[in-house]
Design a protein around this ligand. Structure first.
Ligand SMILES: NC(=O)c1ccc[n+]([C@@H]2O[C@H](COP(=O)([O-])OP(=O)(O)OC[C@H]3O[C@@H](n4cnc5c(N)ncnc54)[C@H](O)[C@@H]3O)[C@@H](O)[C@H]2O)c1
Length: 167
């Protein structure tokens, strides 16, 4: 199990934080060599921390791609929401707003499971495996069932979540 990705070189976009970082960590654990693509300059520090299996490449990789699959995360706590709105929301309210958004989003999830960055990393590992080399161009929800859940009853709560943040 610990060398399921041995011999592979993975380019992981957005690998400095959140889901990309969790994916880089898992891929290295599984024997892959990893190149982090990110426009955050702290990528060099992250690469140092992850060790010799990781190299940092400052790049915007949107225009590149060979086998291209897309993960569609539901809501996994990574600080993404906080970062997106931190300059516009009263800092004292930020934590409460963020928790409220997560709580509302979880009401859409049929299984009510709290998503971890490792959940997205595991899905990336599934797609990176040789066993799934025939898969490309898929969009894979990693969302505790949000995309099949009954969201119609929750429109009001979605609006409530939206109203917490400026447009
Ligand atoms: N966390 C979730 O629940 C969730 C839900 C839906 C979608 N997503 C998407 O998943 C992706 C990762 O989310 P996350 O939660 O890990 O966010 P994050 O903010 O923790 O990490 C995103 C990383 O991508 C880097 N980045 C952003 N734009 C870039 C670019 N053009 N070129 C190179 N690097 C870039 C950032 O510097 C950062 O390190 C994002 O696209 C996000 O919109 C996340």
């Amino acid at each position: 199990m610990a060398d399921e990705l041995a011999g592979k070189i993975a380019v992981i976009t957005g690998g400095v934080s959140g889901l990309g970082l969790a994916t880089a960590e898992l891929f290295i654990e599984q024997g892959a060599q990893v190149v982090i693509g990110d426009f955050d300059d702290s990528g060099g520090d992250v690469a140092d921390r992850l060790g010799p299996a990781c190299r940092f490449l400052k790049t915007d990789v949107a225009k590149y791609g060979v086998r291209v699959n897309c993960l569609l995360p539901g809501q996994i706590q990574t600080g993404m929401i906080r970062q997106a709105v931190s300059s516009e929301v009263d800092p004292e309210k930020l934590e409460h707003h963020e928790a409220t958004v997560h709580e509302i989003m979880q009401s859409y999830q049929p299984l009510k499971r709290k998503g971890e960055p490792r959940d997205a990393a595991n899905a990336a590992m599934f797609l990176a495996s040789d066993r799934f080399a025939y898969i490309t161009g898929v969009v894979l929800p990693v969302d505790d069932g949000i995309s099949v859940g009954d969201a119609t009853n929750n429109v009001a709560r979605f609006e409530e979540a939206r109203s917490l943040f400026p447009d």
